[in-house]
Design a protein around this ligand. Structure first.
Ligand code: NDP
Length: 319
C-alpha cells in the first residue's frame, strides 16, 4: 500500500525510443525510481523480449507510430513528463511529438533526444554540423511553443566509446588507434548513470527550462589517459597508431553520407575536445552536484566493468 501511494505521487513519465541503446536505461531508471512509466513503441518493434521485461516490471507499453497524432495526444494526456530517446534518423519526427504535447496541454516537461554534445556550444565539421542543426531546430521549436523543457548534454556514452576506442573485447589486441594527438579531453559517462540522471533531472524543478550538462569532475580524460588507465588494468602495453586531424577532415569530406557523420563526430569529441572545452556557466546546470545521494561512475570504474562483464559494442544509427 505504501509503495502504491508513493508511486501515485511520482511524476508519470512517457518515453519514446525506450527500447533503444540509451532509452532502455531511462526506462529501467524510471521504474526503479518509482515513476509510473509508459513506453511508446512501434507495433512491429523487434525488441519484444525487452518490452516483456519492461511490462513485467510494471511499465505500461503503448504501441503506435509517431504519425498517429491522436494516439500521441492520448498518450501525452496520461502523463506529466515526455522523454524522447529516439535515434538520429527520427530527429525531425519529434516535431510530431511536440505538436501532440501542445494539443494535450498538460505536459510539465519535455526532453528531446539529444544525449551528446552541448549542441548550442559546438561548431563541428559539416556532416556533424548538419545533424546538430536538426537538433537545434527541435530545441528552438520547443522554446517557441513555450513547452517546459530540459535539454540534456550527457556527453560520451562511456561503454559505447570505450568499446570504440579500446576495442577491449578483441582477444589479441596489440594496437590502438588514436584520433589526432590524443591529448584533447572527452567526458565519459556510464550509460546506466545517464539513465538515472536523466530521470532525476526530468522531474527536478531546478532544471526546468535549463540545459543540463553531465560533466562530473574527473570524468574528462584524454584518449592517451584512457589508454594508459587500460594498460594499467590489463598489464598490457599497446602500440598507438595516430590518425592525423588532416586525415580525419579529409575522410569527412570524401566519405559518402551517412558514413561521413561518425568520423566528424570523432573529430569533435576526440580531436577538438568538444565535451570538455568550455566553461559551464550562466543558466546552465552541471548534473553531478545536484543529488548528494547519487554519483557518476568514474572512468576507472567504467573500465572495471570491461574486466568483468564487458558491455557489447554498439553503433548508433545515422541514416
Ligand atoms: P536506437 O537506435 O537504439 O533507437 C531507439 C529506438 O527508436 C529503437 O529502440 C526503436 O524503438 C525506435 N526506432 C528505431 N528505428 C525507428 C524508426 N525507423 N522509426 C521510429 N522509431 C524507430 O537509439 P540510440 O539509443 O542509439 O540513440 C538515442 C539518442 O542517443 C540519439 O540522440 C543518439 O544520437 C544518442 N546517442 C548518444 C551517444 C553518445 O555517446 N553520446 C551514443 C549513442 C546514442 P521501438 O522498436 O521500440 O519502436
Amino acid at each position: 500500500m505504501g509503495i502504491i501511494t508513493m508511486k501515485q505521487n511520482e511524476s508519470k513519465i512517457l518515453i519514446f525510443g525506450g527500447t533503444g541503446y540509451i532509452g532502455s536505461h531511462m526506462v529501467k531508471a524510471s521504474i526503479n525510481l518509482g515513476h509510473p512509466t509508459y513506453v511508446f513503441t512501434r507495433p512491429d518493434s523487434d525488441k519484444k523480449d525487452l518490452l516483456e521485461e519492461f511490462r513485467s516490471t510494471g511499465a505500461i507499453i503503448i504501441e503506435g507510430r509517431v504519425d498517429e497524432h491522436d494516439k500521441l495526444v492520448d498518450a501525452a494526456r496520461e502523463v506529466d513528463v515526455v522523454i524522447s530517446a529516439l535515434a538520429y534518423p527520427q530527429v525531425l519526427d519529434q516535431l510530431k511529438i511536440l505538436e501532440a504535447i501542445k494539443i494535450a496541454g498538460n505536459i510539465k516537461r519535455f526532453l528531446p533526444s539529444e544525449f551528446g554534445v552541448e549542441e548550442d556550444r559546438v561548431s563541428a565539421l559539416p556532416p556533424f554540423e548538419a545533424l546538430l542543426d536538426k537538433r537545434r531546430r527541435i530545441r528552438r521549436a520547443i522554446e517557441e511553443a513555450k513547452i517546459p523543457y530540459t535539454f540534456i548534454s550527457s556527453n560520451c556514452c562511456g561503454s559505447y566509446f570505450i568499446n570504440y576506442l579500446l576495442n577491449p573485447s578483441h582477444p589479441n589486441k596489440q594496437e590502438i588507434t588514436v584520433y589526432g594527438s590524443g591529448q584533447a579531453k572527452a567526458v565519459f559517462n556510464y550509460e546506466q548513470d545517464i539513465g538515472v540522471y536523466t530521470i532525476k533531472v526530468a522531474t527536478d524543478p531546478r532544471t526546468r527550462n535549463r540545459i543540463v550538462i553531465f560533466r562530473p569532475p574527473g570524468n574528462a580524460v584524454s584518449q592517451l589517459e584512457l589508454i594508459s588507465l587500460w594498460e594499467k588494468k590489463t598489464g598490457k602495453i599497446f602500440k598507438k597508431t595516430h590518425v592525423s586531424e588532416e586525415e580525419i577532415v579529409t575522410l569527412s569530406q570524401t566519405l559518402p553520407g551517412p558514413q561521413n557523420i561518425p568520423v566528424s563526430i570523432l573529430h569533435s569529441l576526440f580531436v577538438k575536445g568538444a565535451t570538455a572545452d568550455f566553461e559551464i556557466g550562466g543558466d546552465d546546470v552541471e548534473a553531478s552536484s545536484l543529488y548528494p545521494d547519487l554519483k557518476f561512475s568514474t572512468v576507472d570504474e567504467q573500465l572495471d566493468v570491461f574486466l568483468t562483464n564487458p558491455p557489447k559494442p554498439a553503433s548508433a544509427a545515422f541514416g
